[in-house]
Design a protein around this ligand. Structure first.
Ligand SMILES: Cc1cc2nc3c(=O)[nH]c(=O)nc-3n(C[C@H](O)[C@H](O)[C@H](O)COP(=O)(O)OP(=O)(O)OC[C@H]3O[C@@H](n4cnc5c(N)ncnc54)[C@H](O)[C@@H]3O)c2cc1C
Length: 464
């Protein structure tokens, strides 16, 4: 957070200084919401803390705002995203959103529902991938058969169909929870964003593969030589960013894992601390044993063990029982991880990433069963077809879940850590020899973003 907002003496306005990178729509927006750090001035007249990260609504044509550059990307070529500089920009105090210090909360709360736009795009992208893949697989004949009839391609089609159904189910469920006013959709929105961005990218990748050379060719080039203008490579490029922005996959893993682990850290108290004395640990162990004496038995038995449970879901009941059983297993494995690494668990990112990925798959299976049942109730014919897709998805997803559970304890995490440390220390620089680094000498890794007047063009004025 490199932007600062300093209040004027009479408190009627703030002066903004700083540079913001990657401001989506910043190039053309008339109003921008800016988060900036206000310096602390102790307590206000009501005894509340002043200062901290604060949100402001700022008119983009205010004096001192320069859009210096329009960024260009691998995909999303239509996006108006730039570098926006604020130099001594005067913002009326009335334009502050909430109180001083509430900016981060406002930003993160907005992200919860904002993140759901990605699962929506992901579901749409998968539907289009499925359509093109199906039509093309019938149209293209190789070795005497339409390519879809070759098993290698057929399996991709089955993955696309099942995953598209699941992507829509996950999105619809998460969005319905948000629309229903569920107070805290943090976990659902985060899981939906994480899982959808990864799976829709896989769908687009499979589409490119099924299209063969034409998958790699641009729509413009295809059209220029008289073929249907299918922008499969564009879809892949456009979807790639979803794994990075609105919370990268790595950060989403940590954010979601923290929700699971925090309960344990709170229960364990000093037991998980690396600095606590033996006496403190002993005391904490007594307190934790009370918590776990109640908590652990709940994880041993549950509805998933009863073969009659969830029978209202017909043949999908077995998948819901599986979700229930594996959810308890997931909680137990998290607990074992806690026992093994204690307070250091938060640094076991690979372990936590797998825990979260299992949770996301289980969430997707449950969403599929629920959506298939809803569709059946609305239209029995469509319901039968949906049931087939939900069943297929659950079967595919269960294989991923099993593999992830296995990898929790059988993996190369320790040797990878050591290899990565040696790599970063420069031990394998010899391996990089024999190439030309085209980026070498072209500039610093990160540009200087020191506040000050702009020396660049104001793209914002140019656009308007
Ligand atoms: C097209 C586009 C539009 C954007 N629009 C906006 C916008 O409108 N507003 C806005 O504020 N931002 C915007 N961004 C910025 C975007 O949100 C960030 O790029 C994104 O959050 C990742 O941050 P970073 O680039 O600084 O990556 P870095 O933080 O530099 O991360 C580099 C790598 O390290 C990983 N990593 C980082 N920290 C950890 C950690 N603690 N543990 C494990 N792994 C870690 C990351 O996942 C990533 O793989 C946009 C970016 C792009 C490309």
């Amino acid at each position: 957070m490199a932007c600062a907002a300093v209040p004027s003496e009479d408190g009627s306005e703030y002066v903004l200084d700083g540079v913001k990178l990657w401001t989506t729509n910043g190039v053309i927006a008339e109003l921008v919401v800016v988060m900036a750090v206000v310096p602390s001035r102790g307590l206000d007249e009501k005894g509340r803390k002043t200062g901290g990260i604060t949100a402001f609504v700022v008119e983009a044509d205010s004096a001192g705002i320069t859009v210096e550059h329009r960024n260009k990307f691998m995909g999303l070529r239509g996006i108006e995203n730039g570098v926006t500089r604020f130099h001594q920009v005067r913002v009326p105090a009335a334009n502050r959103l909430g109180r001083e210090g509430q900016g981060l909360k406002i930003a993160l709360t907005t992200l919860n529902t904002g993140r759901l736009s990605i699962p929506a795009m992901a579901a749409g992208a998968a539907k289009w991938s499925l359509k093109i893949a199906r039509e093309w697989s019938n149209a293209r004949t190789q070795w005497g058969h339409p390519v879809g009839q070759h098993e290698a391609v057929g399996k991709k089609l089955a993955f696309l169909a099942a995953t598209t159904f699941a992507l829509e189910a996950v999105f619809e469920l998460s969005a319905a929870l948000a629309d229903a006013g569920m107070k805290d959709v943090r976990i659902e929105a985060a899981l939906a964003k994480l899982w959808s961005s990864e799976m829709s990218y896989k769908c687009a990748d499979e589409l490119v593969q099924i299209r063969g050379g034409r998958g790699y060719e641009t729509a413009e080039s295809l059209a220029a030589r008289g073929e249907r203008a299918v922008p499969a490579e564009q879809l892949l490029r456009d979807l790639r960013i979803n794994r990075i922005f609105e919370g990268s996959t790595e950060i989403m893993h940590l954010l979601i894992a923290r929700e699971a682990v925090d309960a344990h850290l709170a229960a364990a108290g000093d037991l998980a601390s690396t600095t606590a004395t033996l006496q403190q640990k002993g005391k904490a162990a007594m307190a934790a044993s009370g918590f776990y004496a109640r908590w652990l038995p709940q994880l041993m038995v549950g509805k998933g063990l009863d073969p009659r449970s969830y029978n209202e879901f017909g043949s999908l009941a077995k998948h819901l029982r599986y979700v229930e059983r594996e959810s308890r297993k997931l909680a137990r494995q998290t607990f074992y991880g806690m026992g093994r690494w204690q307070g250091k668990l938060e640094y076991k990112q690979a372990f936590l990433g797998r825990i979260v990925d299992i949770g996301a798959e289980l969430f997707a299976i449950a969403a599929c069963c629920s959506r298939a049942e809803m569709l059946r109730l609305n239209d029995p014919a469509e319901g039968r077809s949906a049931l087939k897709l939900a069943d297929a998805f659950a079967a595919q997803s269960r294989l991923r879940v099993e593999a992830l559970f296995n990898e929790l304890w059988h993996n190369t995490d320790d040797s990878d850590k050591s290899l990565s440390e040696e790599l970063q220390a420069g031990d394998f620089v010899w391996l990089e020899q024999g190439i030309i680094d085209v980026s070498e000498g072209t500039g610093p890794w990160i540009a200087d973003a020191t506040p000050g007047p702009s020396e660049h063009e104001n793209l914002h004025r140019k656009y308007r």
